[in-house]
Design a protein around this ligand. Sequence first.
Ligand SMILES: [Zn+2]
Length: 444
Amino acid sequence: MRRLALPLAGMAAVALAVTGFTPGSSAAPAPAADTRPSYYSLKLPAGMAVADLVRDGYDISHAHGSRPTLVATPAEVDRLRARGVVLGKTGDVYQPVARVASDAAGTTYYGGYHTTAGHEQHNAAVATAHSDLVKLYDIGDSWKKTQGTGGHDIQALCITKLTTGDCALNSTGKKPKFVLHAQIHAREVSTGEIAYQWIDLLVTQYGKDPAITSLVDSRELWVVPMANPDGVDVVASNPTQPVMQRKNVDNSTGGCPAGDAGVDLNRNSSFQWDVNQGGPCDETYPGVKAVSEPETVAVQGLLDKIFRDTKGEVGEPAAAGTTGVFLTLHSFGSDILAPWGYTNTAAPDKTALVALGKKMGALNGYPVSTGDGGVGYFAPGATDDWLYGTRGVPSYTFEIGPDSGACAGFFPAYSCMGSTFWPKQKPALLYAARAAAAPYGPLP
Ligand SMILES: [Zn+2]
């Protein structure tokens, strides 16, 4: 989710809380408290706002236009009830998952979601097997890699039927560009999987499915399947109860409890960066300055290179002839968010941006909103606002849902990929790629 917050101080305790007491011990400690988090609906007492609880560090998220959802441990629930908040449990954070063979091999976790290593193997395999269609780029380092403590390259693939000049790191390519960007928030695990499926769809159906063949012939289809690989390592470090890591793992500011350090990469861009998004231990911490994080440097640097810089001032519309579409995938909700995300002031191209959003929404069933959607949170420094704000390229956040029911939550069962996530998003992604040729119309 891009507009909520949440320190999950309680998460670090989950793994520690399973130690029981020692039978027969003369000073037996109390049985370990249940610290497993659950999702709750909220009803606030008079005079209290969701924003107050967010400031107090509670993990509250919400789909636009729907009721907020709280992720809380039993201890947090007790504290909130003592303040008069009425809470109704709506679901468990963790689903029972069956181990699969690739979990044991370290390429998947939680029943099938791909680890960083799994994505990296996949990217390399696809690039090797389809060298006529795929260019694989290392666009920069993760924070840990910059520190010499492990970490990863940030990888981007460009998929097209390669001809001279295609998929170069410049803005002079002749094919319109569609960019799919995923898992900048590490715990939003469905998003990286959708990118993985998208890559496979394009390379396996080229030459078979006429619509996909036409797209791959005529577009540069860029994919950043894992924008926050260090964070994904943290998430996957518990394969049956993934860790609620949202941010990167930059702990250089210091002073945070274990698990609370890091920078929210979706608040760290250089467009409308806002120091007031949270402190170093908060889930929306924007970093010490704009583009402080190597992951931001990598992604912003890629987009900077491949899109023409034709946009004027913030209040000016996109230049005539602007091409391209950018989608950044988040979860969980059921929303398409169009610029701006940092303010309720209408973007200069709002009418056209919403029109394209609605076309995609007709395919995945999500409503389109702009600004804060009426709930009072903004996302200054987000990736999509940066690209639209500086290049004029139509840029959207998809909050992958549902926002309630069996496949809701940050950690839905992997079977939801096949039953829900991919079938709903595939047609919307194909449409977005088609629309990249003339995103301001006439729309296909
Ligand atoms: Zn997110």
